[in-house]
Design a protein. Structure first.
Length: 639
């Protein structure tokens, strides 16, 4: 696990950027605190910051070059089948100077070229320079577990693991207002766009090949989902359970591969509990970590995590934090975001990762299970809507009532009203429009109203429509089912929210987070299953729950679904009040010139009224953006 960055110069002027490589590498120190290195040759400059997990010896540090000097790699990730690949290459006469998975990728590329990608099991973003061809090959893993940003102009091609490195290399600091418009709705910027106009994110399953000054993009992996075939699988339900168990056990075993201790996050939900149960069979006294909130029982799942920890005799750490402790981590977390990212649960992940890093460099998680097996509330809502019935008609018919009642995510009753209101609103829309409504935190009209008048046209235009349309490609209204929703979630929610969250918050603390549910063989199997194996009127993640029911405490099956959230409203109104008042003040917003002063002022005031629960996410989204803009974009006084 590492941070990588680099420069390919197209002109003599472009080579001047080599002088910024050290600063760019320093921006990634948190991703790789164990070692660093820089490689320069001709028109290429590569830099790496290393977190030593496999083969921690110095000989495996990067950049790593083949013995003949032809190929050099910088790499961020882990390849779990590297030992098997090593044996196969040795049988073909290849020799190795290290025990690292990094050298495996390098030698595979030397033998197979770009086809090497399909042999890799794991997650990665890497760049390989070929001195003989004077070419650069860059690739990203199947699902986007590891990030990769890039920029091209007439003089250079630049890349990096995070935007901070890109800024250090000198990319223009100009806000993309289409991205800002989407961010205000989603709380994140979907790939391939970024919040910076000239910087793109390499899409999951994509690669780039640069020779001369031409950049060719290739799709090397596509999600294996066929809306029609998924409903007619060859296995019966019992056979599906057996295969799921085999695949997940194998995925957990592979993700325990490391030359350092591996722990696990344990939220108390089904997903992480299954992972811990399987991992604990292979790792005695497995270190597990859960997070709870003092004085906030609605957000606290630690009692359920405790049951699993006791059953499997894990070395369990229960971190119980107050709002003061959350706030103490807030500035650190925000400073580690070189692109705005406003999923508020990131603060919880950051806080838990910070504690886990005191003991281990690697943890397992349950990320991806909700998107594979229909675990979100919106999946239950979609099932109810597609199934119809009297209760669905009643909820939809009472839309006016849900609009009137108080709504928030801070109590059971107010959250239920919020869900009923969104259900009733979505029921009146087409599948694509309903999906977008349920994926976003505020409507398009509310988001565009937040922007200043001169920026509205820059945000809501053909480019915005094209980007949104691409994000909804999985929603085929002629072959529509909940599996279509899961496909869209896999690309949009998992790829742009959940995985960036775990990567950014883990790596901000030098912690690698691995999820067995992201094994590509398991993903292929899950997307071949019919809807009825995943969800029915009474249960979500049906096959996952049924398959592993005998190995988990029964109490986990007698509770409602709860996300990994923080008491955001309480934090905004107390400890973070000064930040909110500063970043959303009339003076700050007016001098900044991006947002509509009146709209932002109304949001800030609503935070202290009975409507607070309906605006907390919008306020948080603005606060995160403002902090980022202040640190990274704000012009100097003499500019």
């Amino acid at each position: 696990m590492c941070g990588i960055t680099g420069v390919l110069a197209f002109t003599e002027a472009g080579k001047a950027v080599f002088g910024k490589l050290e600063a760019a590498s320093a921006m990634l120190t948190h991703r790789g605190p164990d070692a660093d290195g820089i490689f320069k040759h001709g028109r290429i400059g590569l830099a790496n910051r290393r977190l030593s997990v496999i083969a921690p010896e110095a000989s495996a540090n990067q950049p790593l070059t083949t013995a003949d000097g032809r190929y050099t790699i910088v790499y961020n990730g882990e390849i779990f089948n590297y030992k098997m690949l090593r044996h196969k290459l040795q049988d073909k006469g290849y020799t190795f100077e290290t025990d690292s998975d990094t050298e495996i990728i390098l030698q595979l590329y030397a033998k197979y070229g770009q086809d090497c990608l399909k042999k890799l099991r794991g997650f990665f973003a890497f760049a390989i320079y070929d001195t003989l061809e004077d070419s650069l090959f860059i690739a990203r893993d199947r699902f986007g577990e590891k990030p990769l940003l890039y920029f091209k102009d007439a003089d250079t091609f630049l890349f990096g693991s995070e935007m901070g490195a890109m800024f250090a290399l000198g990319v223009p600091r100009e806000v993309d207002f289409v991205s800002l418009y989407q961010y205000l709705q989603l709380t994140y910027v979907p790939a391939p766009a970024s919040m910076v106009k000239s910087v793109k994110k390499l899409l999951p399953g994509h690669s780039l090949f640069i020779k001369g000054n031409k950049v060719q993009e290739h799709v090397w992996y596509r999600l294996p989902f066929d809306a029609e075939k998924a409903e007619h699988g060859p296995l019966n339900y019992k056979q599906q359970q057996v295969k799921l168990c085999q695949l997940l056990e194998q995925a957990v075993a592979e993700r325990l591969t490391a030359d350092v201790p591996v722990g696990a996050f344990l939220s108390g939900g089904i997903d992480s509990s299954v992972v811990v149960a399987l991992a604990a069979k292979q790792v005695p006294n497995l270190k597990t970590y859960s997070l709870g909130f003092e004085g906030e029982p609605y957000f606290d799942e630690t009692s359920y995590a405790r049951l699993v920890a006791r059953k499997y005799k894990t070395d369990h750490t229960e971190l119980r934090v107050t709002n003061d402790q959350l706030y103490a981590n807030l500035s650190e977390m925000l400073d580690n975001m070189s692109e705005p990212f406003a999923d508020a649960s990131a603060l919880a992940v950051y806080t838990l990762a910070k504690r886990a890093r005191q003991d281990v460099k690697v943890v397992l998680s349950g990320d991806g299970a909700d998107e594979l097996f229909a675990g979100y509330n919106k999946h239950h809502a979609e099932y109810k809507l597609l199934s119809g019935g009297f209760d669905t008609a009643i909820v939809t018919g009472l839309h006016f009532l849900w609009n009137m009642l108080p709504k928030s995510r801070n109590s059971f009753t107010a959250n239920k009203v919020r869900q009923l209101q969104r259900f009733a609103a979505g029921a009146q829309l087409s599948p694509k429009n309903r999906y977008w409504l349920w994926a976003t935190w505020q409507t398009e009209s509310a988001a565009i109203d937040l922007l200043g008048q001169k920026h509205k046209r820059q945000a809501d235009n053909r480019l915005y429509a094209a980007r949104k349309s691409r994000l909804l490609d999985c929603i085929n209204e002629n072959l529509y089912s909940i599996n279509s929703v899961l496909c869209a979630d896999w690309h949009l929610v998992l790829g742009n929210d959940m995985l960036p969250k775990t990567d950014l918050m883990g790596m901000a603390n030098g912690l690698e987070i691995r999820s067995p549910f992201l094994d590509h063989r398991l993903v292929k199997f899950a997307f071949s299953l019919p809807v009825q194996s995943k969800i029915d009127a009474g249960i979500r993640k049906k096959i996952l729950q049924d398959t592993f029911k005998t190995i988990l405490p029964p109490e986990l099956y007698k509770r409602p679904k709860q996300g990994f959230e923080i008491p955001l409203l309480s934090l905004l109104k107390t400890q973070a009040k000064d930040l909110t008042e500063m970043y959303l003040s009339e003076d700050f917003v007016e001098s900044q010139g991006i947002f509509d002063v009146g709209q932002v002022n109304a949001l800030r005031k609503a935070l202290y009224t009975s409507a607070a629960g309906t605006v907390q996410t919008q306020v948080w989204t603005l606060l995160v953006f403002q902090h980022w803009w202040q640190k990274w974009i704000k012009p100097e006084p003499n500019e």
